[in-house]
Design a protein around this ligand. Structure first.
Ligand SMILES: [Zn+2]
Length: 192
């Protein structure tokens, strides 16, 4: 679960992204260098200067949200609704006013990117497990021929049509994370 205020405020959304992105410290996405310093801001996002390559980057650089004209809070809302309430991509494209292609691409990136996460949790941690019918998103609800289910795309196919989604609430830090995992087996749970 994501704190609801991130859906209404771009700076709250940016804060959440910042905390999740740099949980292991700020690293230059080009050279993987940690010799970075804060360097102003880009809109709501913190900007950094890499002292190795002398180039700047911000909280969105290198994430699936980079180079999107759509506000981050809208993407977070989409991901949340997609995972938590099984909202179809067709419905979401209307909600956040983007094309089907746009939302399909980002959601697909998201489900692929978070496949085997490693999060530093302070704990105690509560794990809530829900199942999402990812394979049905494209096939049954979205009737247009170009939209295919997430499970049938070439990359990152799921083992089954119902990939488990873990909702982690870290009582130590107050953070909550939504994490799709490939299988709800023991090894995945240990990974988390
Ligand atoms: Zn660099």
């Amino acid at each position: 679960m994501i704190p609801l205020d991130v859906f209404g405020s771009e700076s709250a959304a940016a804060n959440l992204l910042q905390q999740v992105c740099w949980r292991d410290g700020v690293i230059c996405p080009r050279w993987r260098s940690d010799r970075t310093v804060r360097n102003g801001s880009y809109r709501e996002y913190q900007r950094y200067l890499c002292q190795n390559c002398d180039r700047t980057f911000n909280d969105k650089t290198g994430t699936i949200f980079a180079h999107s004209k759509v506000a981050l809070r809208r993407w977070l809302f989409s991901i949340y609704a997609f995972l938590r309430f099984n909202t179809s991509l067709r419905q979401l494209q209307c909600e956040i006013e983007v094309t089907h292609k746009t939302i399909h691409r980002r959601i697909e990136c998201f489900t692929r990117a978070l496949d085997a996460p490693s999060l530093d949790l302070v704990g105690p941690v509560e794990i809530d497990e829900v199942y999402v019918s990812a394979g049905k998103k494209g096939r049954e609800r979205d009737q247009e021929p170009h939209s295919r289910g997430l499970s049938t795309r070439g990359c990152g196919s799921y083992d089954s049509d119902k990939p488990p989604v873990f909702i982690l609430a870290d009582r130590g830090t107050g953070q909550r994370y939504v994490i799709p995992a490939r299988a709800a087996d023991e090894s995945t749970i240990r990974l988390l």
